[in-house]
Design a protein around this ligand. Sequence first.
Ligand SMILES: O=C(O)CCC(=O)C(=O)O
Ligand SMILES: [Fe+2]
Length: 204
Amino acid sequence: MEQLSFLEMAGQSRGLPEELLEYRPGLFSEAESDQLLQNFITEVPWKQTIQKMYDKEVTTPRLTAWYGDIGTDYSATGTLSNPASWTPELLMIKNKVEPLAGIQFNSVLLNYYRDGNDSVAWHSDREKVLGKHPIIASVSLGQVRSFDIRNKANHHQKYSVRLEHGSFLLMKGDLQEHGEHRIAKSTQTMKPRVNLTFRVVIPH
Ligand SMILES: O=C(O)CCC(=O)C(=O)O
Ligand SMILES: [Fe+2]
C-alpha cells in the first residue's frame, strides 16, 4: 500500500506528494536566516569526512557536523558515538521545527555546501537507527539549491524543490524507503549554503 501511494502520487501530480514532503518557505525571516547562516559558517567545527563507496574511499564533497544528545551520532561506521552538544542557535531552531514535525528530535546533521562544486549524491536516509519511516526536518540557509527526489524503482518519476533561504522541508512517510534524494553540483556560481537535518536516532 505504502509503495503504491508513492507511485500513484508521483504519476498523478506534478506537485509535491504531500504524504512524503511538506515545504514551507520563510520559517525564518531574511535577517534571522542571514544571522544563523553566518553563525554556523564561522562557529561550527566543520569536517570533511571520508566515505566508503563500493570499494573506493571518497572524500565527501561538502563539510558536515553532528550535534545532539549523547550517543546519537551514527556517522562513524556501525557505532553510535557522541555528537557535539546542542548550541543555543540549534536549540532555538529545534524548538521551532518540532511542532511542525509533531515529534521531538535528538540529533541534527549539518551540511555546508561551500559553492556549486559541493553536493550530496543520490541516497536515502535509511539507516537502521532511524527506524522504518523516519521523519526528518530540514532547514535551509543561504544559496537556493535544487533538492531532487526520485522513485528508486523508476528514475523517471522525479521532482525538484527549490530550497530557499530560511525554508523548512519535512520528509516523512515512505520517502526514504521508496525514494532517494540529492543536491546536485552546479556549474553556475553558487554562494554558501548550510542545511540542517533534524533526526530521531533510536539506539538499539
Ligand atoms: O542539503 C540538503 O538539503 C539535503 C541533505 C541530505 O539529504 C542529508 O543530509 O541526508
Ligand atoms: Fe538525505
